[in-house]
Design a protein around this ligand. Structure first.
Ligand SMILES: Nc1ncnc2c1ncn2[C@@H]1O[C@H](COP(=O)(O)OP(=O)(O)O)[C@@H](O)[C@H]1O
Ligand SMILES: [Mg+2]
Length: 293
């Protein structure tokens, strides 16, 4: 009886999200081990089986850094973005497409879903251009200098045809965050940005970003300081006051972009908590931080 009651309680959510796209970002830091990746994949397959259309974008920061170090290269970042020279790009492609993407696809397959691994380069899904160099002022000398991030891109346009084709035939697209520029060269993109912009473009019902913290924290050192709801208008001051920093910046900014682009709700949740994805979708109280208009 208990099991049946739970199913009946889930019915309104199953109804609400029937044939709706759910944009899910698997954070590099949330895929801590095979088990948690597998568990998230199983939850994603379940969403698909009850009639939703999940679309997955994945990150891979920690794995890329680990492989760089194995090859004797030191990872470098500027404002949360990886400085990507040509050699680093080779590693980024190998790790994201060769390793992480295929791993997620096989886990989804094991749980009975039809997953297809692609990158932003497939059928010109994500067209990008190289991010112009950042101008920074040297604190000590006061001199202006430029920081070139290398092969890091910004999104120019998104062609959703392939995604629509896959989801309408009940496939789950699993997307590596790479873009292609007008010369056919590969650019490294932030996965939160791809999830936010693609989510808006495909009219996703929800954007769910899985990461390695319980959500946006008032004090990043205090796991109990979770902020449950953030209004878009509150975001700039949270960043200016140094409460939101590093990898959380693209998450919150892209949740805002997604909401402004028509996605109904955006959430930053803890991917390390078992079934956090299902808790977010199938319960009233949800989990993590919700970004609202
Ligand atoms: N206010 C904040 N609340 C929670 N996390 C924050 C905050 N500001 C910065 N962070 C950092 O953002 C990180 C998540 O981003 P990131 O490391 O890029 O992970 P992912 O692989 O999921 O993209 C957290 O682990 C935390 O260190
Ligand atoms: Mg990140």
């Amino acid at each position: 009886m208990k099991e049946v009651k739970i199913l009946v309680e889930a019915l309104p959510y199953i109804e609400q999200f029937h044939k709706k796209k759910i944009m899910i970002k698997y954070g590099g830091h949330a895929m801590i081990d095979e088990e948690s990746t597998s568990s998230t994949a199983r939850d994603t397959a379940l969403l698909n089986y009850v009639g939703m259309e999940p679309v997955v974008v994945h990150g891979g920061g920690p794995d890329i850094s680990r492989h760089m170090e194995l090859l004797g290269k030191k990872p470098k970042f500027f404002k949360g973005l990886r400085i990507t020279d040509e050699e680093t790009m080779e590693i980024v492609k190998m790790v994201l497409i060769g390793n992480i993407n295929t791993n997620i696809v096989s886990k989804l397959g094991l749980h009975g879903a039809k997953a297809v691994g692609i990158s932003g380069k497939d059928s010109n899904l994500v067209q990008a251009y190289k991010k112009p160099p950042h101008k920074v002022t040297d604190d000590e000398t006061g001199e202006e200098k430029e920081v070139d991030l290398g092969l890091v891109g910004e999104i120019k346009s998104i062609n959703t045809e392939l995604i629509e084709m896959l989801t309408s035939n009940n496939y789950i697209p699993v997307i590596s965050p790479l873009g292609i520029d007008s010369n056919g060269d590969t650019l490294n993109l932030n996965a939160d940005t791809v999830a936010g912009e693609l989510g808006a473009k495909i009219n996703a019902e929800k954007l769910i970003i899985l990461t390695d913290v319980s959500g946006v924290l008032k004090d990043p050192n205090d796991p109990d300081s979770l902020i449950k709801r953030i209004k878009i208008s509150e975001i700039p001051s949270l960043i200016d006051d140094g409460i939101i920093t590093g990898g959380m910046i693209p998450k919150i900014e892209n949740c805002a972009k997604a909401i402004e682009g028509g996605v109904k709700s955006a959430h930053i949740i803890d991917g390390r908590v078992e079934h956090s994805l299902l808790i977010e979708i199938f319960t009233n109280q949800g989990i993590g931080t919700m970004i609202v208009k």
